[in-house]
Design a binder for this molecule. Sequence first.
Ligand code: HEC
Ligand code: HEC
Ligand code: HEC
Ligand code: HEC
Length: 372
Amino acid sequence: MLPKWFDQWNKDNPTNIFGPAIIFGVLGTVIFFVALLVVAGQPFATASTQTGPRGTGMSIPEFVSRIEAGDPTIDDYVTFDPLVPEGGEPLAKDIYENVQVLGDLTEDNFNRLMNAMTVWVSPDEGCAYCHGDVELEEYGNDDLYTKVVSRRMIEMTQYINEEWGDHVNANGEVGVNCSTCHRGQNVPSNIWFDNSPVTANTAGWSSNQNRASSTSSATSLPSDALQKLLVDGEQIVVHDLESRVAGSPADEGFRSIQDTERTYALMNYFANSLGVNCNFCHNSRAFYAPEEHTPQWGTASLGIFMVQEINNEFLIPLKDTYPEHRLGAKNGDAPKAACATCHKGYSKPYQGLNVIADWPELAGSEPPVYEE
Ligand code: HEC
Ligand code: HEC
Ligand code: HEC
Ligand code: HEC
């Protein structure tokens, strides 16, 4: 390949090139990465939000890259400005055949909301997802379960905004609409089913733990925490100075070690749902001490009652409306919501984006009032 004189010259002048190559190679690599660090910055840099008094370690550290990236779903959020009526327009209840909830909307705003619901819940399937492949004149029929469910979803959304403002508007006007949970999907992410018992080989208490599941945040903690604490309304508080050993879980009112584990399973779920750690709500030196909780603890407490109500008043009663394949694989129960269904890993859904400003129709059950 190489000219003959070069091969000859090489043979006559043997030189060790490995030594210098290794030195230059290592040096070059180091210089390259140092330069990259200087130019692009530290990829694992963190910043923390202080949540309590200095020196107590109360802070929420996060990767700077995650903070700067923000919630990517915000860019996909779609909304339409309200169409302020001039007065005297006929209302949906006068025009259409079977409008049970949205009757007080003007025709324009009714259609505006139908368009938005389509984008929020069934962008690929369009109006047909709830109305079927029929002529517009037949949109009044309730043939599809999706439409019947949606009507209840509208009422639920209005109810949440109207009755639970202390949670969903805790810091400012944020609110919820269909998009908060659905984000363009027919079935929202982070819904859950009762999956207990999780182990078939054991009975009683132990059959509900030691198998990682989505409802135990993939730990061996109890998998029935969401069911017992966010549906059945069992007591979450476990801390006192009594022994956890001298008693049996079967004793009435006895807070067993298992109960503490279930509380811990729920707390893991809270932290993961909001993308925070325990210090967001507690001073971890004293989880039981109300005077050391952060304001977010109060908002979270309201969230617990809100979720219990969403599940028991709205979602569980829809069980017979859904087709079988939408029900829980194990127990045939209705799909349920909890913190992550709205929060999706952020301490405020959509990072506090106001999703109710344009939608007085969904802000409450009263006839909507539009403002310029
Ligand atoms: C996610 C479900 C859903 C989607 C998608 C949807 N709708 Fe609806 N639609 C409903 C519900 C629920 C009602 C009944 C509201 C009520 O009872 O107050 C309704 C009622 C209607 C009515 C009144 C029919 C009557 O005579 O009673 C019309 C018209 C209508 N929708 C048009 C549309 C159009 C046009 C689209 C597509 C741009 C659409 N809808 C998409 C759920 C949906
Ligand atoms: C608090 C969260 C939440 C909000 C807000 C919400 N939904 Fe839902 N939605 C759910 C859950 C949970 C289900 C059950 C999932 C399933 O069907 O498997 C559901 C199911 C549905 C379904 C049935 C989908 C299917 O394919 O089975 C439709 C349609 C729907 N919602 C429409 C709406 C509309 C329209 C709004 C706004 C007016 C809305 N939802 C607001 C949580 C929510
Ligand atoms: C989003 C807020 C929030 C986060 C995050 C959170 N908690 Fe809680 N925690 C609460 C609320 C609210 C209660 C009280 C529930 C009640 O009173 O029914 C509670 C109760 C508790 C209790 C029971 C206290 C008692 O008096 O018995 C313990 C223990 C606990 N949390 C530990 C944790 C741990 C450990 C973490 C982190 C893995 C954590 N929490 C994360 C809000 C939170
Ligand atoms: C129906 C949707 C929804 C559900 C379900 C929900 N939240 Fe929220 N949550 C919100 C909204 C919207 C806000 C923003 C309120 C604001 O900033 O004004 C919020 C705010 C919060 C905050 C305050 C955050 C801050 O930075 O101050 C905490 C804490 C919280 N939620 C905890 C929970 C917990 C714990 C659960 C489950 C038990 C839960 N949430 C369930 C919608 C929801």
